[in-house]
Design a protein around this ligand. Structure first.
Ligand SMILES: O=CN(O)C[C@@H](CC1CCCC1)C(=O)N1NCCC[C@H]1C(=O)Nc1ccccn1
Ligand code: NI
Length: 183
């Protein structure tokens, strides 16, 4: 099982690489890795398991964070209606997005960043994503709210981008044009 020791931290070069596309159909190994990434996220949200293995809670994980420079991500999170969504995706790609932006009112963190970096992290309010599921079937997702924000955070990891790259360096809380806080 994946634990925090498997998660590389800011400064590790893999976090700044553009990850390689996964060949479709995925190999058994790629499928096993992606399943283990979702298992980690679900474990990290389970109070007992997280305590037992000292896991930091997460709602998403990208393969580069476990030093695998491949375009694979897992997400396990609730949407604004309280509906739980699990995503295990190969080669996700944002194919369209809203002009409007949004951001988490308390900023963002990252399991690969041990310090708190305050500031507004502007994200597209809505995104349409094309990807392949765990079996290699093509799918299209239309996301808004937290799923949209989290998806963009994870796809950034596949392109070597960290959340704080989006924070205004001169004034981290400067209002962003056409961006509205989530909730
Ligand atoms: O690349 C993947 N990661 O680095 C794990 C990150 C991904 C999220 C950061 C912002 C959007 C996606 C993660 O889940 N966290 N980051 C560290 C703090 C805890 C946790 C978190 O933000 N939790 C959360 C947020 C909103 C609502 C409920 N829970
Ligand atoms: Ni992250």
């Amino acid at each position: 099982m994946i634990t925090m020791k498997d998660i590389i931290r800011d400064g590790h070069p893999t976090l700044r690489k553009v990850a390689e596309e996964v060949t479709i159909p995925p190999t058994e190994e790629d499928r096993a890795v992606l399943k283990s990434m979702l298992e980690f996220i679900i474990n990290s949200q389970d109070e007992e398991i997280a305590k037992k293995y000292d896991l930091r809670p997460g709602i998403g994980l990208a393969a580069p964070q476990i030093n695998i420079s491949k375009r694979m991500i897992a997400l396990h999170l609730e949407d604004e209606k309280g509906k739980l969504h699990s995503y295990t995706l190969f080669n996700p790609k944002i194919v369209s997005h809203s002009v409007e932006k949004t951001y988490l009112p308390n900023g963002e963190g990252c399991l690969s960043v041990d310090e708190v970096i305050p500031g507004i992290v502007p994200r597209y309010a809505r995104v349409t994503v094309k990807a392949f599921d765990i079996d290699g079937n093509e799918l299209k997702l239309r996301l808004k709210g937290l799923p949209s924000i989290a998806m963009q955070h994870e796809i950034d990891h596949l392109n070597g981008i960290m959340f704080y790259d989006h924070i205004n360096k001169d004034d981290p809380f400067k209002p962003v044009e056409n961006a509205f806080p989530l909730e």
